[in-house]
Design a protein around this ligand. Structure first.
Ligand code: AMP
Length: 399
């Protein structure tokens, strides 16, 4: 079955066409600057990348351009759109109602709209993508895969915040967790790769990218996760603060005369390793180069980032009363050996030893711990599009 996987942002859209039988990508690309001047990048597998600049006032025109590129007689990978049997959409927030992947219907759309309050930057864009696909490919099944679904198996002791119950009941303020598609994919693949028992295993997945989060996965179910109501909580990220004393917000708002919304922007866009490195960069390649040249702030940013990851791994090992495997994924987890080394240096007490030679590799799945390490540590590239494709096929076949 050919599946179109769509991931909409407010002014961009990433897409892939995947053949679910071979799990190979047939074409991929993105639309940028939707609502502005518009730019389509299209790359058929094995072919040249094409860039087309054309107006894309809304997501509908953007998707129309993607579909035209896919059936272009010269460079398209499809003879006709009939070949696309289903569309899988990434959705950020499912809220309290949408707890599992689902075939799109009116109730599902209403639930995504309702959760827009909790995901105001992403959910409206995700909905635009869904409406555009429904309009341009009428009759085809659309499936939504939420970033929050994997966290819905958390027990109450992990998802409840210790704030008045009325806020939980009125506003559904609870830990949801994000990057769920990635954590689900990587934990499953880790279990397969290391031959662990899906029903009797303890895995910690560290998804370290520009956004970063970590999950504890016991017997294939997520039992804890570092992000919260929004993707701001938890690890230090590229420009997000992660955990902090909530009283800082009131203190800075009153001393700096900031509104809560301005403070929110500071914590999301002006914090993280970017802030710790004195605005040098949020990219670990730049930070590592600067650290090697003696830049102390860049060194602090990498140290603080790694220390926070190690503390979370320690606490999740406690939450599960042990850990069999730790998986690193995401742009930093897959590529930055320095971060893996720094994190694992804290975890010797778990019987973990790093294979320094293996730690130089990147871009593939490999074990990075020594054969005698009590806990296996692996690097496993995430593939959220493939995970969405698999979910889409599962739901369409079971419909
Ligand atoms: P992601 O959000 O998963 O795409 O990850 C993006 C981040 O991964 C970038 O901002 C970098 O910090 C990091 N990254 C990507 N490639 C490398 C690399 N070769 N070495 C170190 N960090 C990298």
């Amino acid at each position: 079955m050919k599946v179109l996987v769509v991931n909409c942002g407010s002014s961009s859209l990433k897409y892939q066409v995947i053949d679910s039988d071979t799990e190979q990508i047939e074409a991929k690309g993105l639309c940028e600057r939707i609502g502005l001047d518009g730019r389509l990048v299209y790359q058929p597998t094995g072919g040249e990348k094409e860039i087309t600049e054309a107006p894309m006032p809304t997501h509908s025109e953007a998707i129309q351009m993607v579909l035209d590129a896919l059936v272009n007689p010269k460079t398209g990978v499809l003879k006709s759109l009939d070949e696309v049997e289903a569309i899988g959409h990434r959705v950020l927030h499912g809220g309290a109602k949408l707890t599992e992947s689902a075939l799109v219907n009116d109730d599902v759309i209403a639930a995504i709209e309702e959760a827009s309050d909790l995901g105001p930057l992403h959910n409206p864009a995700n909905l635009m993508g869904i409406h555009a696909c429904m309009k341009l490919m009428p009759g085809k099944p659309n499936v939504v895969v939420m970033d929050t679904s994997f966290g819905m198996t958390l027990p109450a002791k992990a998802y409840r915040y210790a704030i008045p119950t009325e806020y939980y009941e009125k506003y559904h303020i609870r830990r949801y967790g994000f990057h769920g598609t990635s954590h689900s994919f990587v934990s499953k693949e880790t279990i397969k790769y290391l031959n662990l028992d899906p029903d009797n295993s303890k895995v910690i997945v560290a998804h370290l990218g520009n956004g970063a989060s970590i999950t504890a996965v016991k017997n294939s179910k997520c039992v804890d996760t570092s992000m919260g109501v929004t993707p701001l909580e938890g690890l230090i990220m590229g420009t997000r603060s992660g955990d902090l004393d909530p009283a800082i917000i009131d203190y800075l708002c009153s001393h700096e005369n900031l509104t809560a919304a301005q403070m929110n922007t500071i914590l999301n866009k002006k914090s993280g390793v970017m802030a710790l490195s004195n605005n040098l960069s949020s990219d670990f390649r730049d930070l590592e180069d600067a650290m090697n040249e003696g830049n102390e702030a860049a060194g602090l940013a990498i140290d603080a980032f790694s220390y926070r990851v190690a503390k979370y791994i320690g606490s999740y090992a406690a939450a599960m009363n042990g850990v069999d495997a730790i998986a690193f994924t995401g742009g930093i987890g897959e590529n930055a050996g320095i971060v893996r080394k720094k994190v694992l240096e804290y975890l010797g007490f778990l019987g973990i030893t790093l294979d320094e030679e293996a730690n130089k590799k990147r871009g593939e799945t490999f074990v990075v711990s020594t054969p005698d390490s009590r806990v296996k540590v692996i690097v496993l590239p995430t593939n959220e599009e493939l995970a969405i494709c698999r979910e889409t096929v599962r739901l369409v076949k079971n419909a």
